[in-house]
Ligand binder design. Sequence first.
Ligand SMILES: [Zn+2]
Length: 299
Amino acid sequence: MFIADTHADTLFAMGVAHTLHPAITPERLRRGGVTLQTLALWTGPQGNGGDVAGIIQAELEALPALTAAGLKQVDGPDEAIEGECAFMLSVEGGEVFEAGLHTVADFRRLGVRIAALTWNHPNAIGQPAKSGSDDGLTSYGIQVVKEMQRLGIAADVSHLNKAGFWDLFAKGDRPPMASHSCVRALCEHFRNLDDDQLRAMIQYGGYVGVNFYPAFLREDGQADVRTVAEHIDYICQLGGSEIVGLGSDFDGIECAPRNLEHPGDLPNLWNELRRMGYSEAAIEGIAGGNLRDYFRRLA
Ligand SMILES: [Zn+2]
């Protein structure tokens, strides 16, 4: 089965935080049968208040340890081979594009295929959901999005505010994705997508990777593998069985759902979906087929 995850902060954990035991390891990716793990170049917890360039550099310097362990970097889902384990890069935080439009091509050359326009700080591109702002993307932000989409980088709405989200549909050239977001109707949190947003993703062929963070899954934070399956199921019930998948956020979350604590536990999720009545074909889409199809729609 082609299994793909659209968000993890393992490079920050390895290269910057020097976490002793990251949730994602090559051994666990193999045990979980993961074909394609997306690894984020995150701008860090302070945004422009921190050393963004230094953090990105330290994250890139964590890559050789992964490639030495046999993980191959690929330039998109179609290059990832079932039965092998590869990774693809993303960006989390549009701060990296503030120095000029040429920076978009710089990150594309590194192999970046997904870029979240904001993390939790406002930047020159737009406003995060966390700010509570009603401002949409800036005019520079719209230029950045168009350049990203021209070069094959998916615009990622996770962390972005609603006005920015709707600007992407009104002014962008390609459907956006949410690399690691959950369902707001099931858990009221500013990071989650409401039904109107999910319906737009479905209607326009976007993509939603469901986040495994317990605080986004249930308001009381009591989540297990079943809770993740319920968020996936909600999106399927809305008509999104072909646009939903996994956005684990492993190594960016300080706790994980019970029985879904690292990639080696992913078979528990497929079993939960089977118990809920999902067919093998539907599970294959959720596991990664839908992400592969999304990137084909971007081409
Ligand atoms: Zn995030």
